[in-house]
Design a protein around this ligand. Structure first.
Ligand code: GDP
Ligand code: CA
Length: 336
């Protein structure tokens, strides 16, 4: 079988773990194709967490993907660059510039300065990402969902008053402890998919939804006008991987996001939320963890072909096995 053209929708850290596994699997299964070149795996990344801070454009999910795929991420801390220092952040804090609880490492700031410089030269974000990605042999094509500035805001009640927080403020400063009343994509009405997104979906042999946050990562990508339509029209199957295992958001606070949109924190409920493609939803297949075996029947009843396989992304090998299962479910034959 020739190397399939794969498109993955992904957020930051969870998405990156999955894409590293997918790349590993693709390199083994198709040594001359997907994962060996930049052509066959396209990662469409969430840009809803992006923000302007201290004069710089920061793109957290794109950077998590970039650093993890380049192998320069900090695996013990779980975010940012390995071997990081924070001297510049200390200076910014002393001047009272930026957010004191949002530490930007020095190496990370190098990326933000480079990105901002390229944006100020007039390059669209997708071209900037291509330029930054060219530094490392990522083995995948990294594409922002949109070149337009669409930022996720969170409506909350804090200290007795309604407040509108940027997603990163809600996530990092409040640790998602202040209940979210709603998520708003500021600027979404006029946003367009980044130029590579719709053609990649139109030519995809398979589309995978990474086990990323269903609300503020995948949900945000789906909210860009034109992306859901392009997904529904994609010729290949769409298979998702549950980010919820045993009723809890693995390493994260996705439960706080799901609560706000009235979806239970369970693999079955998230699968039902994405919905069966045969019934106007997105999914041709859904993977749940072996501990969520009971969800299989519930989802099959809703016309979503579902398999229970180990979904803990302990390391690249475990993530590669998940990717192989997702492709096997999508393409109907075992590619593992
Ligand atoms: P973020 O943008 O950095 O928050 O990352 P993503 O949105 O891409 O992914 C975050 C989500 O990944 C979390 O909410 C978890 O639900 C999910 N996740 C993290 N680790 C694992 C894992 O080992 N297995 C599975 N199935 N999901 C995981
Ligand atoms: Ca994110």
């Amino acid at each position: 079988m020739p190397a399939p053209r794969i498109v993955v929708l992904a957020g930051g850290v969870g998405g990156a773990k999955f894409v590293r596994g997918l790349r590993r699997h693709a390199r083994a299964a198709w040594p001359d194709g997907a994962g060996g070149s930049t052509a066959s795996i396209t990662v469409v990344a969430n840009t809803g967490d992006d923000l302007w801070l201290a004069g710089l454009r920061i793109t957290p999910d794109l950077d998590s993907l970039l650093y993890a795929l380049a192998g320069v991420n900090d695996t013990s801390r779980g975010w940012g660059r390995a071997g990081e220092s924070e001297r510049v952040s200390g200076e910014l804090a002393a001047y009272g510039v930026g957010w004191p609880w949002f530490t930007l490492g020095d190496l990370d700031l190098g990326t933000h300065i480079a990105r901002t410089a390229l944006l100020q030269q007039g390059l669209p974000l997708s071209a900037v990402v291509e330029r930054l990605s060219a530094r490392w042999p990522l083995g995948v094509r990294l594409v922002p969902a949109t070149d337009d500035e669409v930022e996720t805001h969170v409506l909350v009640q804090e200290d007795g008053a309604p407040r509108d927080l940027h997603f990163e403020e809600w996530w990092v400063r409040t640790r998602a402890k202040v209940p979210a009343e709603a998520f708003v994509q500021v600027g979404v009405e006029t946003a367009k998919p980044a130029p590579p997104v719709v053609p990649a979906l139109a030519q995809a042999d398979v589309v995978l939804l990474a086990p990323s946050n269903p609300v503020v990562s995948i949900g945000t990508i789906l909210g860009i006008p034109g992306i859901r339509e392009a997904l529904l029209a994609t010729p290949g199957p769409i298979v998702g991987v549950s980010p919820i295992i045993g009723g809890s958001a693995v390493r994260g606070m996705a439960d706080a996001c799901l609560r706000a949109i009235g979806v239970e924190t369970s693999a079955a409920a998230v699968g039902a939320h994405y919905g069966s493609r045969r019934q106007g939803g997105l999914l041709d297949g859904w993977l749940v963890d072996t501990s969520d075996e009971a969800a299989v029947a519930a989802l099959e009843e809703r016309d979503v072909p579902t398999r229970a396989v180990p979904l803990w992304m302990h390391d690249d090998e475990a993530s590669a096995a998940i990717a192989a299962e997702a492709l096997a479910l999508a393409l109907g034959s075992r590619t593992a």
